[in-house]
Design a protein around this ligand. Sequence first.
Ligand SMILES: C[S@@+](CC[C@H](N)C(=O)[O-])C[C@H]1O[C@@H](n2cnc3c(N)ncnc32)[C@H](O)[C@@H]1O
Length: 281
Amino acid sequence: MTPPTGLPTGVSRTAVLIAQAREAETARPDRLFSDPLAGPLIEAAGRIPAVSEAGRRAAQHFVLRTRYFDDRLLEAARAGVRQVVLLAAGLDTRAFRLDWPAGTRLFEVDLPELISFKEKVLADRGAQPACTRTAVAADLREDWPAALRAAGFDTAVPTAWLVEGVLMYLTPEDGARVLEGVELLSAPGSRLAVEHVNRAYIDLPQMAPAMGKLAATRAAWLSSVEDPQAWLAPYGWHAEIAHQADLAREYGRPVPAMADPAIVGSARIWLIHAVRRPVHS
Ligand SMILES: C[S@@+](CC[C@H](N)C(=O)[O-])C[C@H]1O[C@@H](n2cnc3c(N)ncnc32)[C@H](O)[C@@H]1O
């Protein structure tokens, strides 16, 4: 295999860290999901050593969030949604590892460098998606809706959106523009799954080493949200928040330390699922 060009750097390198959590989960006999392509993608990108105990513990959250969003996307598919968009998909391999109904079209949007790296590794392995998959190289701070439409996105049918592990890297203004784009492209019946954090989480003393490392690698966290329901309502979404303690119970896992109120107080990583609010006449 020829070495891939355009190894992910800067903020795109954070995708490797998340893939490492999925790879470790895949090796467990009691795994909550299986991601066999995580290992090859990580090997090609180069592994990232954990910078702190908090960094190591974050993996527990990444695993719960992966399974939570898997379940939300498959729920949307069961409800008849056949168009899926992963914004800032990173090294996500849901197109390959989930059991999509026939006719599902899935779009992955990420920065050009990440997309070209990922496509090369997947092509070298002959990886076959379980749906019709389209990778879209676009910057979420620019006109990504135009890029998505040009790639074949259909504005007339409902979409299941996933915005996982990215909004904290964008300024509040850029994050708002992402939500405006999602709103613009969402036909009735669309759903939105999204992750964000509150300010208290960014300010946790345990997070300081990770925040320092992220800032040093051009991946500083630039925004937070205090009230996800109030944040999403103006864009037409009715949001529900899942708590990691409930997910841990549901999936038979310990509560991740970085999401345990007894340890982190009011600091929160928000896992949010939203449906379109009915239009009132
Ligand atoms: C922490 S990773 C999360 C990846 C994936 N969603 C997951 O959970 O495995 C952050 C991702 O956001 C992407 N990203 C960051 N800023 C972006 C931007 N302005 N436009 C598009 N993608 C961006 C990075 O390239 C990276 O793949």
